[in-house]
Design a protein around this ligand. Structure first.
Ligand code: ATP
Length: 359
């Protein structure tokens, strides 16, 4: 097991800088997920930790040891890819043992490690099969098994569940969580799927365009995002964003008027400096923070376009008078019949025009 430390890590491909100085301290045994939209640099960051990409600047240490110039095989890491990369002509057992046999590991120890991995992943029954005789989920288990037998200090996962269907993804997500509990090894996991990040991570690193936007525990990012990007990325359905304007201050904080709703005002306590009156702001409201009329300080009239019933909860897809799309979460039993309803805002976040959170 090991810590992983990134100190001002930069990556350039030719003249293009794609990672702009990443600082991350990963604790021993921690499960950290790098998440962000396509092209944000998360895979590149993982591949630099693995040693599959050179580092253009900065330092990476694994277990306190600088690894910038150390070969991938000598870093004590094992990586699991989206494409399982199994040898098609070998059995599961041979796929698991191949790497160890190649390095001349003693047979008895190889057998022990292979059996243990098979047991942890519950693939004992499949040991004689070839990859083509396995389902996608079983293949991914074998790929993870190949990482386990190496007994690495750090596991690296690059979108390992992307090729699986939705149901299997959920199942394998739970398996990977269980694996982390059982082994207690440091794990770094790359995904663009915020649900995977929320459910797997001890801590999430949210990236955008080569920058780290915020690092934090899943619920801390959800409850206390630093900016509009993180607020919108974490949570499903997304946080709603409604345009507003600062109209002044009262005893509770700044007073915001929502666009197109002259009577609708939100008072937000702010400890920091508030933008001057007249400034545009964005009001962020999570779907579950819309209440019934009169349940919060602020009432807002919306028109419902579509209602999605999921069983216990329902989502109302609606539009404000100003034309902003909003999603409202309701208990299934409380879905109103009317097409125009008044909702209240029970909790909201304020962002300035650049998307920075006003606190
Ligand atoms: P995805 O989820 O689509 O894989 P990502 O967040 O993992 O995206 P990276 O694959 O790390 O993103 O890529 C980051 C940026 O670096 C992208 O703009 C990409 O085009 C660029 N890039 C990646 N590999 C190379 C390469 N070998 N040569 C040039 N540019 C590259």
């Amino acid at each position: 097991m090991a810590t992983v430390t990134l100190n001002n890590v930069v990556k350039r491909f030719g003249v293009f800088e794609v990672v702009h100085g990443a600082n991350i301290d990963i604790k021993d045994g921690e499960f950290v997920v790098f998440v962000g939209p396509s092209g944000c640099g998360k895979s590149t960051l993982l591949r630099m930790i693995a040693g599959l990409e050179d580092i253009s600047g900065g330092e990476i240490a694994i277990g306190g040891k600088l690894v910038n110039d150390i070969e991938p095989a000598d870093r004590g890491i094992a990586m699991v890819f989206q494409s399982y990369a199994l040898y098609p002509h070998m059995s599961v057992e041979q796929n698991l043992s191949f790497g160890l046999r190649m390095t001349g590991n003693p047979t008895a120890d190889t057998d022990r490690r292979v059996n243990r991995a098979a047991e942890i992943l519950r693939i004992n029954e499949l040991m004689k099969r070839r990859p083509r005789q396995l389902s996608g989920g079983q293949r991914q288990r074998v790929a993870i098994g190949r990482a386990i037998v190496r007994e690495p200090q750090v596991f690296l996962f690059d979108e390992p569940l992307s090729n699986l269907d939705a149901e299997l993804r959920v199942q394998m997500r739970v398996e990977i969580s269980r694996l982390h509990k059982e082994l207690g090894t440091t794990m770094i996991y790359v995904t663009h799927d915020q649900t995977e990040a929320m459910t797997l991570a001890d801590r999430i690193v949210v990236m955008r365009a080569g920058h780290i936007e915020q690092i934090g525990r899943p619920l801390d990012l959800y409850d206390d995002p630093d900016n509009q990007f993180v607020a919108g990325f974490v949570g499903s359905p997304k946080m709603n964003f409604i345009n507003g304007r600062i109209v002044g201050r009262d005893a509770h904080g700044v007073v915001v008027e929502l666009a197109g709703q002259e009577k609708t005002r939100i008072a937000q306590p702010l400890t920091g400096a508030a933008p001057e009156a007249g400034s545009k702001v964005i009001v962020g409201v999570r779907p579950e923070h819309f209440g019934g009329a009169g349940e919060g300080d602020t009432d807002l009239v919306v028109r419902i376009d579509v209602v999605e019933h999921l069983g216990g909860t329902s989502f109302l897809y609606a539009r404000t008078a100003h034309g902003e799309d909003v999603v409202i979460q309701r208990d299934a039993a409380k879905v109103p019949d009317a097409s125009e309803i008044t909702v209240s805002i029970r909790k909201s976040y304020l962002f300035d025009e650049r998307g920075l959170r006003l606190r």
